[in-house]
Ligand binder design. Sequence first.
Ligand SMILES: Cc1cc2nc3c(=O)[nH]c(=O)nc-3n(C[C@H](O)[C@H](O)[C@H](O)COP(=O)(O)OP(=O)(O)OC[C@H]3O[C@@H](n4cnc5c(N)ncnc54)[C@H](O)[C@@H]3O)c2cc1C
Length: 323
Amino acid sequence: MTQDTRNVNGDSTGTAYDVVVVGGGAAGLSAGLVLGRSRRRVLVVDAGEPRNAPAAHMQGYLSRDGMPPAEFLAEGRRELAAYDVEVAEDRVTAVLPDGAGEFEVTLAGGRSVHARRIVVATGLVDELPDLPGVAERWGRDVLHCPYCHGWEVRDQPFGVIASEVTGIHQALLVTQWSKDVTLFLHTVRELSDEDWEQLAAAGVTVVEGEVAGLEIEDDRLIGVRLAGGQVFPRSALFVDAKPLPRHGLLNELGAAMQDTPVGPYPAVDPTGRTSVPGVWAVGNATGPKVQVIHAAAAGYQAGAMINYELVMADINSRTAMEL
Ligand SMILES: Cc1cc2nc3c(=O)[nH]c(=O)nc-3n(C[C@H](O)[C@H](O)[C@H](O)COP(=O)(O)OP(=O)(O)OC[C@H]3O[C@@H](n4cnc5c(N)ncnc54)[C@H](O)[C@@H]3O)c2cc1C
């Protein structure tokens, strides 16, 4: 792969890219695809920890429903290769402004590259309730998103562990997939009258007391155990996972954050443009409810806008030189 084949201006050096995309999940790869097809020199750097890696299947992505997540990403990388987009299995450790409106990017593997624009597509980490068995079963029979997994476990006995009051809403929601739902109040001490009324109307059984752990047999969840020792047979469990966005690079760049009900996320325009000129953020880095199809769409929008901005920047600088 030579850089000249993908650079319409023919002005590349071995370490100079139009765009460095940090993160090679759906959001980052999609940005890379649009930029590659726009004849941009692109480096996608991916540390290889996509959020849905524990799940066997990716659901709800039209035309790819049920595809294993790793296969989806491998297919994406194959598509990018057709446009000479470079994908590096590495981690970006720093993005520093170069003083001229562009960026110096440092990779953990020792490379240092220059980029005119940056896409932050670093995703997030789900912080799970600290209960024995939960991390091991995550994405298998311990779940958070009924749109991702509800169909596959429909009509089974569901448990919902409420670490916060959002668990109550989750219990109400999942009654769409099973009529046998038990809500474990766990650390939630009080419910409002409205909560009790809605839970009763939805047919949700409510169990008070802290959960101590899960019962597993033959590599399957079979029950939820309370601190008092009582076991409730359940085969699918929904938990409140706390989303922890990977915002280190954006914070170091000084990107403005906005408060959301689940904590601060970068303030971005509809194309993903952050408050830092030249830096875009897309995918789960911009919010926890972003599904794969949204992440891919956001990457596309950012890629197209970055290309347009670069086209105009180059035209304007030529115009300025001619004056
Ligand atoms: C268990 C589970 C199941 C799910 N199932 C579904 C489903 O069925 N359907 C659906 O639509 N959604 C599902 N989701 C949500 C889905 O995971 C996200 O929508 C999707 O991963 C968001 O894509 P992304 O590109 O923003 O982030 P990610 O896919 O998380 O990709 C981010 C990438 O950036 C990399 N990265 C982070 N920091 C750096 C750095 N400094 N340098 C280089 N690389 C870095 C990470 O290693 C990672 O590979 C599920 C989530 C979970 C937790």
